[in-house]
Design a protein around this ligand. Structure first.
Ligand code: PLP
Length: 464
């Protein structure tokens, strides 16, 4: 097998893939039966596959291709950096210009006292760093018993041992002995699915107060930090009630624990601000970043930490780091990506034009008989599928059965829309045009119509 190319027959590529490639988060039996889809190229918001389909990428890859595909500047930045200095580490009192420049740029963009960056190559690694950082921080403050980190059920923080432990995905915890000790989970602020008879505002307060109850139960001298996504992404684009974050802030301040905002999806324009925290008035001590930092063109992530946290951990050696922390090529590409976001005013355009337009169109889907709510924050949006809108009912079938049917109908209509259980989610490239948004909505509506037909034909339109 000397050369495998885009031009080989799809069936041959699929056979080789099935023979040798283990996919993340994939049921391999089901995949083999169906045949994997081979993506061969992309431009703007459009993917191309080996069968010649042009597919609208409503997910920006995995929530990350913020500036869209096919940006030559990013390829050239990588090329230039590889020629000049392809690799050097940042351990042991060395540095290089890409890491200096990117950390300075991130400090300039990040709010408040968040002025210091610890680099990683992914969101998972950055959150693993955060666990060690928080625990080391409290040890340095003379409170080494402050080990516990409170997180949320159905939160997503990555897939490594530490980050998946912070996450609250039951399926992930069911394998491999997760979570690790010292992580405590409270409920998510998911009003549509779990709010019962409460108003969204009452529910937001109630769910935030679970943090206070947890701190009191575990012991205020044992809790080191709370971690959450400003808006939950992988959990199903769950937009918290407006009352939630102010109450969380009050509790975090009152008990003096560190607040970690996981901005891996929300950061770099997704919510119409540079960071999701800004739109909610969240004032984190640490922010996790990845994904949109490089628009996915290079694997890079990091933890942005406050002056106070940086000073505290710098009192002693922090025995932590990755070979590729601050990788020069990844840093150079990320820096160029931030230049594009800034100079092309992409974040402003999202806030003022694109997101309001998408919001109007997306919310119009709420009139569809299968849709219980259509919710959106910036350029991340979701719909809850339901057999009965009025009672916010769930389906009687296994969670995800109906969502999967809808996703398949979406793919069949050349739109990538994901399902999380029976919620459908989108997170398109930030550069999507209004005409492309129109196409996205048209295809989503067709997918919903076709899904509805199939769900009814299979007798699945049953409330639990
Ligand atoms: C994707 C994601 C991560 C994990 O990032 P990886 O780069 O996949 O390791 C962490 N937090 C959030 C909020 C994410 O969406």
């Amino acid at each position: 097998m000397n050369k495998i190319t885009n031009h080989m027959p799809t069936a041959e590529l699929q056979r080789l893939d099935a023979a040798h490639h283990l996919h993340p988060f994939t049921d391999h039996g089901a995949l083999r039966e169906k045949g994997v889809r081979v993506i061969t190229g992309a431009e703007g918001v459009w993917l191309k596959d080996s069968e010649g389909h042009r597919i609208l990428d409503g997910m920006a890859g995995l929530w990350c291709v913020n500036v869209g595909y096919g940006r030559d500047e990013l390829a050239e930045a990588a090329y230039r950096q590889m020629k000049e200095l392809p690799y050097y580490n940042t351990f042991f009192q060395t540095t290089h210009v890409p890491a200096i420049a990117l950390s300075a740029k991130i400090a300039e963009l990040a709010p408040g006292h968040l002025n210091h960056v610890f680099f990683a190559s992914s969101g998972s690694e950055a959150n693993d760093t955060n666990i060690r950082l928080v625990r080391h921080y409290w040890a340095q403050k003379g409170q080494p018993e402050r080990q516990v980190i409170v997180a949320r059920k159905n939160g997503y923080h990555g897939s490594s041992m530490g980050s998946a432990s912070l996450g609250g995905m039951a399926a992930m915890h069911s394998q491999g002995g997760l979570p690790i000790p010292g992580i405590h989970h409270i409920d998510q602020p998911y009003w549509w699915g779990e709010g019962g008879e409460m108003s969204p505002e009452e529910f937001g307060i109630a769910r935030a107060r679970q943090l206070e109850e947890a701190i009191q139960r575990i012991g205020p001298d044992k809790v080191g930090a709370f971690i959450a996504e400003p808006v939950q992404g992988a959990g199903g684009v769950i937009v918290p009630p407006e009352s939630y974050w102010p109450e969380i802030r009050r509790i975090v301040k009152e008990y003096g624990i560190l607040l970690i905002a996981d901005e891996v999806i929300c950061g770099f324009g997704r919510t119409g601000e540079w960071f999701g925290s800004q739109g909610y008035g969240i004032e984190p001590d640490i922010m996790t970043i990845a994904k949109g930092l490089s628009s996915g063109y290079q694997p890079i992530g990091g933890s942005i930490v406050s002056d106070e946290v940086a000073e505290t951990i710098a009192k002693d050696e922090f025995f932590h780091g990755y070979t590729y922390s601050g990788h020069p090529v990844a840093c150079a590409v990320a820096l160029e990506n931030l230049r594009i976001l800034e100079e092309e005013k992409i974040v402003e355009r999202v806030r003022e034009t694109t997101a309001p337009y998408l919001k109007k169109k997306w919310e119009s889907l709420a009139d569809h008989p299968l849709v219980g709510e259509a919710t959106i924050r910036g350029m991340m949006a979701s719909i809850a599928l339901t057999p009965d809108k009025a009672s916010r009912a769930k389906f009687a079938s296994d969670p995800g059965t109906v969502g999967l049917i809808c996703r398949e109908r979406s793919f069949a209509n050349d739109l990538v829309m994901r399902h999380v259980g029976d919620r459908m989610v989108i997170s398109p490239p930030l550069v999507i045009s209004q005409a492309e948004i129109d196409t996205l909505i048209e295809r989503a509506r067709i997918a919903l119509d076709e899904a509805m037909e199939e769900i009814e034909a299979q007798g699945l339109m049953q409330a639990a």
